[in-house]
Design a protein around this ligand. Structure first.
Ligand SMILES: Nc1ncnc2c1ncn2[C@@H]1O[C@H](COP(=O)(O)OP(=O)(O)OP(=O)(O)O)[C@@H](O)[C@H]1O
Ligand SMILES: [Mg+2]
Length: 510
């Protein structure tokens, strides 16, 4: 006997064209935080999906509490005390929080002794209790559509607790959170561990692993490379092990070469569906060759600014000019034709069509023009060769080349595909919202290099990021957004990280 609560022995999983997991063996001890680190596409989500019963391994065996198990569904895994918060949340949008949590395990009662009836009041009460115990505040009657990502994640965690999970898998839980929310989540994870839960944490952020994990397994191209004791391994060592080469944490930036203004935003006000001003009288301009970064805590209006510039949200008042032309009233496609590229925050919802292939997704900006379409006829060869080119340039890892269905690609590689598609347009203005969210450090290195190359080309770049480090590394000019207002706009070299952080909290005098 050993002290492992979970053991995965010689696990192999193949998908068409790729071995996602190749003879992987890991053992996880009860009550530890076990991290999984690896490049985008290394096989982390696949390995954990097997432990959660969503896929069955092609080879190898899984033991839970010393007993071999064969899960055919996640219901089987849940019955064994395993829970998982997925990289892309699995919630039913029109349902309430409580309905989502109890879904599949509804406390059913019989009215008048015969009529089956779900006692949602009782469920609401139980959920409120759980959320109080673990400090996971939610309002059970809110609908998922109306709540932000941080709350959605709490719902996913409550779902596991409601099912009394002992082994909790978190797949990149911090990728969608702000620094404050990350702090909070790491504390929750610590609480869960202290309460005897076993945690498996997939993350690209080595700092988080250093902070919270006991041990860390490193995967590369489907294989287990090493399992380290976190306290005894340095950040650089972990990074190098993961990528298989020396990682450069910062990029060289050339001296600025600013040109004419490309984007001018004048007195922009955007209202949300409740007629509340989420962007208030915001004005700024971005020159060619300039990276203008908007810093701010999530939910202060940055997404709405990006959407209003790109045409996905309506400006209640104010104007947006692109190369001197008023585009405020134009459709999204007309704005694109006027020279705008957009990497949106929610890549699954607005960035791609998950059920189409990679080559179709890569041509979404161009498919109706030659060489892709001539006289109304689509030309497959053009799609394919264009996709081949982008796959190379942007290091998009895909099992079946241009024919890979986008949904089957790893999260980070979907992101690389969108970025490649939008950069390739050579637009005058490129809007990047959280461009490196969920990417491994090797990929971040690559994307940052691409953004700087676009700046050198003379593009105007609007960068919206919650990562202060990313902003400080790339920006020429920083605008700090607080409650919908641009509190401070300043050349990046004149502001320290601490100052930006203070403005982000709404402190006007530094
Ligand atoms: N359902 C599927 N069908 C086909 N291929 C798949 C499927 N799921 C995963 N893959 C492939 O298996 C490989 C491993 O993917 P996985 O999602 O496990 O990576 P990951 O380590 O979680 O990456 P990321 O950090 O980007 O999320 C990838 O090449 C991916 O394209
Ligand atoms: Mg993954």
């Amino acid at each position: 006997m050993n002290d492992y609560i979970v053991e995965m022995r010689h696990i192999t999983k193949r998908f068409p064209g790729i071995i996602a997991n190749n003879d992987v063996s890991i053992g996880i001890r009860k009550g530890e935080v076990y991290a999984l680190l690896g490049e985008n596409g290394a096989g982390k989500s696949t390995l954990m999906s097997m432990l959660f019963g969503m896929y069955e391994p092609d080879g190898g065996e899984i033991l839970v509490k010393g007993k071999p198990v064969a899960f055919h569904s996640s219901t089987d895994a849940a019955a064994c005390g395993i829970g998982m918060v997925h990289q892309h949340f699995k919630l039913v949008e029109p349902f309430t929080i409580a309905e989502n949590i109890v879904l599949g395990t509804e406390p059913e009662e019989k009215k008048l002794g015969i009529l089956p009836w779900v006692n949602i009041r009782k469920a609401n009460r139980q959920i409120s209790e759980l959320s109080r115990t673990y400090g996971l505040e939610v309002n059970p009657t809110d609908r998922i559509t109306d709540v932000p990502v941080s709350v959605r994640q709490r719902v996913e965690i409550l779902k596991m607790l409601y099912r009394s999970a002992e082994i909790m898998i978190f797949d990149e839980p911090t990728a969608v959170l702000t620094p404050q929310e990350i702090d909070f989540l790491l504390k929750i994870i610590d609480n869960l561990r202290n309460g005897g839960k076993t945690i498996i944490l997939i993350t690209h952020k080595i700092a988080e692993i250093k902070r919270i994990a006991d041990r860390c397994a490193i995967l590369r191209q489907g294989r287990l490379i090493d399992v380290c004791d976190v306290a005894e391994t340095s950040v650089q060592e972990l990074a190098d092990l993961m990528v298989g080469r020396q990682v450069q944490f910062t990029q060289e930036k050339t001296a600025p070469d600013f040109r004419e203004p490309v984007l001018e935003v004048q007195h922009l006000t955007v209202k949300n569906e409740h007629r509340f001003d989420v962007v208030k009288d915001v004005s700024f301009s971005i020159r060619g060759g300039e990276i203008f970064a908007i810093a701010g805590v999530s939910g202060n209006g940055q997404g709405e600014i990006a959407d209003a510039v790109a045409g996905l949200a309506k400006a209640a008042s104010g104007r947006v000019l692109l190369n001197g032309k008023d585009i405020t009233g134009l459709s999204v496609r007309d704005r694109c034709l006027a020279g705008l590229s957009y990497i949106p925050e929610d890549r699954q919802e607005t960035g791609v069509i998950p059920d189409m292939t990679l080559q179709e997704n890569l041509a979404l900006r161009e498919y109706y023009k030659p060489p892709f379409s001539r006289k109304g006829i689509l030309h497959g060869e053009a799609f394919r060769s264009y996709a081949d080119k982008l796959i190379g340039t942007y290091d998009i890892r895909c099992a079946q080349g241009p024919d890979t269905v986008l949904r089957s690609m790893s999260g980070g590689n979907q992101q690389k595909a969108i970025i490649g598609r939008e950069i390739e347009e050579q637009s005058a203005l490129i809007i990047f919202v959280q461009p490196t969210r969920g990417l491994d450090i090797g990929a971040i290195e690559n994307i940052h290099r691409q953004i700087l190359r676009e700046r050198e080309r003379g593009a105007a770049i609007l960068l919206i990021s919650l990562e202060l480090e990313e902003i400080m590394a790339l920006a020429d000019t920083i605008g700090v957004l607080y409650r919908g207002e641009l509190l401070k706009t300043e050349a990046a070299e004149k502001m320290s990280t601490q100052e930006v952080g203070r403005y982000m909290m709404g402190v006007r005098k530094a």
